[in-house]
Design a protein around this ligand. Sequence first.
Ligand SMILES: [Zn+2]
Length: 188
Amino acid sequence: MGKKKICICVGHGRNAWGRYDPGAVSKDGSYHEHKIARKIAKYAADYLGCDLMNYDGRLCLSGRIKAVNAGSWDFVADIHLNAGGGTGTEVYYYHGSPTGKRAADEICKSISQALGVRNRGAKVRLNSAGRDYFGFIRQTRPCAILVETVFIDSDSDLAKIKTEEGCKKCGIAIGKALEKALNEGNAK
Ligand SMILES: [Zn+2]
């Protein structure tokens, strides 16, 4: 089997009604999830030499899902920042997918080490029907993960990625982790 075709997607940017959707914001409102996520995603895609989707923020969630399903990628990752009062990095994967789990594990480890943030681990989140909670994971055809890089509403986490240098570190950490996770088992 050859090299996996990867697409890195940027979370948020536009809501279903066509309005700007910043995603989560920092405590003081000056940092937007979409704007930081797109820098991180671009560094990851540049590192991997793979496709990058929604850098311009023109696609809402259903638009990204549609675009993913219209493409020929083997693996897709949607890049986000977390919020809600925690700290650290966590990655969600499609339940029962060994490839998704391996990628999620590697990304958590890689971001945690590169930025010096807590590793919250690879996770599965199901809805009340027992299906995957996140639409990006549930409704996409390729193996999909959702990366919650760090918490934008934590001052200590935000400090790690609010600079260009921080976004670069985080993006490259994601790229290296995917390179390792998705090439395992392939002859080098
Ligand atoms: Zn988000």
